[in-house]
Design a protein around this ligand. Structure first.
Ligand SMILES: *Cc1c(COP(=O)(O)O)cnc(C)c1O
Length: 313
């Protein structure tokens, strides 16, 4: 725990408006740490069906009973809450990694308070990009530590570094330090990596134009794709999947686009449900307006079965 780790934890707590933050070596470990430290046999963990695999693995490791609710469905969540026993923790992806849509955190918070359950959000895809200050989904929804007690974020996505953190109350962080085995029994992040994350937080604070540029590209892509009649999903974030359906079609399209210089992976089962293979388009602030126009033009061409024979191979 070097001064860089310490400073990064303080900066993360400040940015997210939490009392304290604790660093983890990866987001995968942060999620299994929280669930296995806070829950045990006789408790219940209630999760969205589309949650990231690390939350599912954390539930398994904890020994708590895992219940899953229909994606983003408040009635289904309420049914699981009223059927559950023991200590209750509800865990959701704040932004879903394969669909790009957001969890309705404000309403989920209310349900959790009504059933005396703790809400945990995995903000791997919101931290650094969402909210006016880039503090992520908690800022976007205006949820303080009381309403959203367990906030997890990663440093390897928008932040461009490596590692993860959990932010919340003094009591939460002390409990994790004492009981979270993936915190205690592994090597901490190298100090240089913590320093890189601090530098990234400086950029997030000083350069809001990057978030504005990203939002402009998202809008441009969605408007263009809609005009082409492409099968967009209900996402306002940087993750803009195009639903394709058949695995082979998605793979072929992805390979065709790669030959033209677009790195867009085909996501297939078991990562997503059967018959919902898709192209996972990930936009960034570094993309230009011209990049998006070229992508839309390529998608239109591939759809009509005309590959660009002039493109570099
Ligand atoms: C990437 C990701 C993680 C894991 O984070 P790592 O730091 O890569 O281990 C956890 N949750 C979600 C939703 C993610 O997208």
């Amino acid at each position: 725990h070097s001064p860089y780790h310490h400073q990064l934890e303080q900066r993360l707590a400040e940015l997210t408006g939490r009392s304290r933050a604790l660093l983890f070596s990866t987001g995968y470990m942060a999620n299994i740490a929280v669930l296995s430290a806070l829950l045990g046999r006789g408790d219940s963990v209630i999760q969205d069906k589309l949650n990231h695999a690390s939350l599912i693995d954390g539930a398994r490791l904890s020994g708590a009973r895992l219940r899953r609710f229909t994606h983003n469905d408040l009635d289904s969540l309420q049914r699981q809450l009223s059927n559950s026993e023991g200590r209750r923790l509800v865990a959701v992806d704040a932004v879903f990694s394969m669909d790009g849509d957001c969890a309705p955190l404000a309403q989920q918070t209310e349900l959790c308070q009504r059933y005396n359950a703790v809400l945990m959000a995995d903000d791997a895809h919101g931290f650094g990009v969402l909210g006016g200050d880039g503090a992520g989904s908690a800022s976007y929804w205006g949820l303080d530590q009381e309403r959203l007690p367990v906030l997890m974020g990663t440093l390897g996505k928008a932040v461009g570094s490596f590692g993860a953190f959990v932010a919340g109350s003094e009591t939460l962080i002390e409990a994790l330090i004492q009981f979270a085995r993936p915190y205690v029994y592994t090597t901490a992040l190298p100090p240089a990596v913590a320093a890189a994350s601090i530098a990234a937080l400086d950029i997030i604070a000083a350069e809001p134009q990057r978030r504005q540029a990203l939002n402009a590209r998202i809008k441009q892509f969605r408007q263009g794709a809609e005009a082409l009649g492409l099968d967009l999903m209900a996402s306002d974030t940087a993750i803009q999947p195009l639903m394709i359906g058949k695995d082979g079609d998605a793979l072929q399209l992805s390979q065709g686009l790669e030959r033209e210089g677009f790195l867009i992976s085909a996501i297939r089962p078991p990562t997503v449900p059967e018959g919902t293979a898709r192209l996972r388009i990930t936009l960034s602030a570094a993309h230009t307006e011209t990049d998006i126009d070229r992508l839309l033009e390529a998608l239109a061409r591939h759809r009509s079965g005309r590959a660009n024979t002039d493109a570099p191979q």
